[in-house]
Design a protein around this ligand. Sequence first.
Ligand code: ADP
Length: 502
Amino acid sequence: MNATAHDNFAHDLTRLSAPTRTALDRAPAHFIDGKWLPAQATLPVIDPSSGAPIAAIGAGGAEEIDQAVRAARQAFKSPAWAQMGPMSRERLLHRLATLIEDNAATLAELETIDNGMPLWAAQGPVVGGAAQVFHYYAGWPSKLAGRTQSVEGPVPGFTGIVRQEPVGVVGAIIPWNMPLLMAAWKLAPALAAGCTVVLKPAEDTSLTALYLADLIAEAGFPAGTVNVVTGRGAEAGEALVAHPDVAKISFTGSTAIGRRIGASAGRSLKKHSLELGGKSPTLIFDDADLDAAAEGAANGIFFNSGQICVAGSRLYVQDRVHDAVVERLSRHLPTIAVGAGLNPGTFMGPLVNAAQKARVGGYLEGAAAAGFGVMRGCPVPDDSGYFVSPAIVTGADVDAAVTREEIFGPVLCIYRFSDEDEAIALSNATDYGLASAIWSRDIGRVMRVSAALECGKVMVNNSGFPYAGLPEGGVKASGHGRDLGPEGIAQYLKTKCILIAP
Ligand code: ADP
């Protein structure tokens, strides 16, 4: 690797903006009851492009979680929040969305150096996306309504009222792949519903959640409505799930941890929703626009270095166009610009941490050892940062680890199919069921295949993006419950029926 190429993989942190620098230099603390509580123990914040520590965050545990839940419980019952009218709640949410937009440059820079993603991804999909989600849910409080109906009872004139009430204190546990966006997916509907929240960001990427806490205070949310406790999953996360005063757990993360959380929440009969892993198929039929389909398949897996739960990691191509699609993708692979997230021109940043890098490397070594075809994109340095070269695997068996297991990295496995039935059977032959993509110009086929796919979302002739008004979530080992859209806010509401005698 020559010096110029290597430069592309290094950040010049001296060029960070002053507000980003200030955010990095702040003393580690948790945001509880509207105040910053200095952390007793800390965790380093690592820049994934270099592997170097750049800041520290609090390593919270049961004690901090208990304080935060108590603050959230008090806020939930306080007149300042419980009796706030819906229009006032809307105003706060819009104000927060606008503050995110006003602070977009700093939030995006923080996200990039914390997670590794390219700056354009942090600016648009993550920070822009988060503001959109707050704007969308800001519209909900004044439209929430129950219903009234007449009831046939022992005497005429009974009335039934069905009220929608906030569930209470929400424990939100989010992953590191799109940090601020995931915080918005949980906070915005919970607050719109009238809940209060304890947010536990991922230990690898807590910086934007901490920055958001200040914006929440600045927007005017009463103390305790949102609390942010940082720390490890096994400590802060488990304590939040186990806390008796938490009414609902909203989790996005791995299937393994989702199972643990589901089991724990089941024991305490807490409401919970789980948005988990995926092994999403992309189907390219022989009537598709092949240029668009190949580009879409590449974006579906290489965006955010494949660290997206809906990433299209399995590509099934119909026999007649199989070689043409593989040829397009193999030409595209070396053109994917890998580099540090802050460097202009980077399409794919490093993975988030050393464990992810080792994990992806392990799957590729396993694929090569099994005799599958493995193509790699541009070379990346091995001596610093968590970079991996994007990869394509061909000829993998149906029961190979690369076919069955979620890699969560930039690895596209390509297979072939002969007809619609086989495409559906192969797509559904997975434990997961998050998303699927179909590339075809035959509307009848699109409708048939969309109906037959076992998943929560189908993208037709596109590689997808989340939209605040449409539900996201999965079936099977991809979890249950939905984020976003009307379905997203319903998860933070409970129903009460009132029967009134005449
Ligand atoms: P990944 O494997 O992608 O890192 P995880 O499911 O481990 O995803 O992490 C997602 C979130 O869940 C993070 O905020 C993490 O701290 C949290 N977490 C991890 N383990 C637990 C646990 N046992 N209980 C609660 N939360 C956890």
